[in-house]
Write a protein that binds this ligand. Structure first.
Ligand code: NIG
Ligand code: FE
Length: 401
């Protein structure tokens, strides 16, 4: 079976084709449909028989897109994982100097080569799971030089390939401890220096802000995201994760491509996102690790908001990049059907990073990025969770081994 994940029909419509054939040339798809209907012009082309190579009941899906990660960071925070088990909250730990600030200190201490090496190993394992595109946020630098350094790490990883990388400036992750009582000066720095420099050097295509009590207010985020839009960067938000702070409505107001988390979004915020066409990115691994309620995905879908699913990979709230696990959790914790979850990690994830003209579905004209999954259907794949069901991955038509 092949699931094209084309746009028509909405969240649950993955356009499955039995006994499918897929043709591509120069890295782009030229034809997809039932094998029996393959036009004669393709008959003489070199053919790869996936069923014969990997077993008869394989599933072909668009390459998975992890549209929300904080990939580059120094150290880890397993101590906080244990502290939370013992009763401390994410907010308590952050207020006491742990959390993001702890990772910022550990990130300053690691060289760029060390980061490229560490991230390269993460990316390799993600690729093995079928993830062919990864959005990567900065945000553990919090000075102009350090934020740009993290974005250059992503530039180097993108150049090394094989995965596609989408870099996002998250200079507004939190106010750095040294500037706690000068928050306005820090927002100035993001607006006047980080955004222009990242745009000038072509180091990022998106700009994100963490809108939350203890991070940035709606007013501060509005200022930052307007500056980002003016500099040509697409806007994204971490919104309404721990409380309803009006982040969803702001996403609609600034014409963001995505608002992410949204565990506590209000009905008015959801309606505004639907009207503005903002993608809601669900991050069920973070909800699982923090023992919090997951984003109410069905309310978003009912309101007409496309729901993407991503890992949120970071050393605090989501120390795993297992996107297929996130998809299974989206089914069990958020009542997405497996088909709805798949569309959330393909076409809608592509929209959430502004690349849906190029990737996210298997349709003529798009890149031949796809994964071969050892399951007869999407339902069977996400129901029978395994360490890794991916048998092969292709990027731009080239098989990656
Ligand atoms: O998406 N919410 C803010 N940022 C991350 C957590 C970062 C951290 O704890 O290091 C998130 O959950
Ligand atoms: Fe995040």
């Amino acid at each position: 079976m092949l699931a094209t994940c084309a746009a028509a029909g909405g969240q649950g419509d993955i356009h499955a084709i039995e006994n499918a054939a897929l043709a591509w040339r120069d890295g782009r798809i030229t034809w997809v449909g039932p094998d029996a209907a393959l036009p004669a012009e393709f008959a003489s082309e070199e053919r790869v028989f996936l069923g014969a190579a990997f077993g008869s009941s394989q599933l072909v899906i668009p390459g998975l897109i992890d549209c929300h990660t904080h990939l580059a960071f120094g150290g880890w925070r397993a101590n906080e994982f244990v502290e939370r088990i013992q009763g401390r909250t994410y907010q308590d730990i952050a207020a006491a100097g742990g959390g993001i600030a702890s990772t910022v200190a550990q990130t300053h201490a690691i060289s760029s080569e060390g980061l490229v090496d560490k991230c390269g190993r993460f990316l390799r394992e993600m690729l093995w799971l079928g993830v062919t595109t990864v959005e990567c946020k900065s945000g553990y630098g919090l000075t102009v030089d350090e934020e740009l350094r993290l974005l250059r790490v992503y530039r180097d990883l993108a150049a090394a390939g094989p995965q596609r990388i989408v870099a996002t400036l998250l200079g507004a992750h939190t106010v750095p401890p040294a500037m706690r009582d000068r928050r306005e000066a820090y927002v100035d720095l993001v607006v006047n220096e980080m955004i222009p420099a990242a745009a000038r050097e072509g180091l990022a295509t998106c700009c994100d802000v963490f809108v939350e009590r203890g991070a940035f207010t709606v007013e501060e985020a509005r200022r930052i995201l307007r500056a980002a839009r003016e500099a040509g960067l697409a806007a994204k938000l971490h919104a309404d994760q721990l409380s309803d702070g009006g982040g969803a409505a702001l996403a609609a107001e600034v014409d963001a491509i995505s608002a992410d988390h949204l565990e506590h979004a209000s009905d008015a915020g959801i309606a505004a996102m639907a009207k503005a066409g903002v993608v809601a990115v669900s991050l069920p691994l973070a909800a699982m690790y923090l023992g919090q309620r997951a984003m109410p995905a069905r309310r978003f879908i009912a309101a007409g908001v496309p729901v993407a699913v991503a890992s949120d990979f970071n050393p605090g709230s989501a120390p795993s990049y297992h996107l297929p696990l996130a998809l299974t959790l989206a089914c069990t914790m958020q009542r997405l059907t497996p088909a709805e979850a798949l569309k959330g990690a393909t076409l809608y994830a592509a929209r959430a990073v502004g690349l849906d003209a190029d990737i996210g579905s298997l349709e003529p004209g798009k890149r031949a990025d796809f994964a071969v999954i050892d399951a007869p259907s999407v339902d069977q794949w996400l129901y029978h969770f395994r360490p890794n069901a991916c048998r092969a991955r292709f990027i731009g038509g080239a098989t990656i081994s």
